[in-house]
Design a protein around this ligand. Structure first.
Ligand code: G3H
Ligand code: 13P
Ligand code: ZN
Length: 308
């Protein structure tokens, strides 16, 4: 199966009230671990590449790795997506380089500028059959200069206006999640009433949840047990993500949990095998740890097993 856009994945996910996992990729082992998990679970999957990942690995390397993974096992639909595209130019380069979906992230811009840049990307992407995700509202914790939550959560009426004016295909919304391992100081809370209103105002329209790692405590503890210092980390409870998937959220982004699984595994390996220095000795179990984490997400959080 060649690379696909997310249109069909999302239509089925919306109707079936589950979500597609969008997992961040940075190197070969992460791509292989995710692809093995998707194949095992017979699930569609989105591999997403941030600007940082693109800089680290190189777009050409990432695309060749994805191509190799697809040739290895073409049994599941795979979409390659630019995560948090910062500019029209980067979106254009990814579209020209074979990505089937891009995100233009103008969420930090004044509203009219976000509309304008999103529209510009849509106008370039659509004739080439490429999907465009945009973002409205600001994820807490990232935009630290914004002090009031009310100002950063997505405004439902503005979301309708934004989608209408830009023609973007999916919309990332801010309802209380944030990127990284430190999402909540007290109890985890998402603004589900707001999500319901947005979803009602945009029927059949796929919404996206960023900052959706659950930060499983066993992995935090494993990291810390073997020399890490990941204190006070807290993520989004899995049941909240399942609930979001029943309310129009078709794409759920996960990066931090993959990082935690991989790092915990390598830390443990180094502590238990101090004599080893062959990278394959620790990258092999690390790849397996990525696979297990992603398989768990697909099965128990996204609900997309068997939907390929
Ligand atoms: O949304 C952020 C993702 O976790 C990507 O992180 O920019 O460090 O690659 P990154
Ligand atoms: P996490 O940091 O919660 O994994 O979020 C990742 C993300 O939203 C990537 O765009
Ligand atoms: Zn994100």
């Amino acid at each position: 199966m060649p690379l696909v856009g997310p249109k069909e994945m999302f239509a089925k996910a919306y109707a079936g009230q589950y979500a597609i996992g969008a997992f961040n990729v940075n190197n070969m082992e992460i791509i292989q671990g995710i692809m093995q998990a998707a194949a095992q679970e017979k699930s569609p999957v989105i591999l997403q590449v941030s600007a940082g990942a693109r800089k680290y690995a190189g777009q050409g390397y990432i695309m060749k790795l994805v191509e190799a993974a697809l040739a290895d096992d073409p049994s599941v639909p795979v979409c390659v997506h630019l995560d948090h595209g910062p500019s029209f130019e980067m979106c254009r380069d990814c579209i020209d380089g074979g990505f089937t979906s891009v995100m233009i992230d103008g969420s930090h811009l004044p509203y009219e500028e976000n509309v304008a840049i999103t529209k510009q990307v849509v106008e370039y992407a659509h004739p080439k059959n490429v999907w465009v995700e945009a973002e409205l509202g600001k994820l807490a914790g990232v935009e630290e200069h914004v002090s009031s939550n009310e100002h950063i959560y997505t405004d439902p009426d503005q979301a309708v206006d934004f989608v209408k004016r830009t023609g973007c295909d999916s919309l990332a919304i801010a309802i209380g999640t944030s990127h990284g391992a430190y999402k909540f100081k007290g109890d985890a809370q998402l603004d589900f009433p707001r999500l319901q209103i947005i979803s009602d105002k945009l029927p059949n329209y796929p919404l996206v949840l960023h900052g959706a790692s659950s930060v499983p405590q066993e992995f935090v503890e494993l990291c810390n047990k073997f020399g890490g210092q990941v204190g006070g980390a807290k993520g989004v409870p899995e049941e909240m993500l399942r609930q979001a998937a029943r309310m129009g959220v078709c794409k759920i982004n996960v990066d931090t949990d993959i990082r935690l699984a991989l790092t915990a595994c390598i830390r443990q390996y180094f502590r238990e095998h101090p004599e080893q220095f062959d990278p394959r000795s620790y990258l092999k179990p690390a790849r397996e740890a990525v696979k297990n984490m992603v398989a768990h997400k697909i099965r128990d959080v996204m609900g997309s097993s068997g939907k390929a």
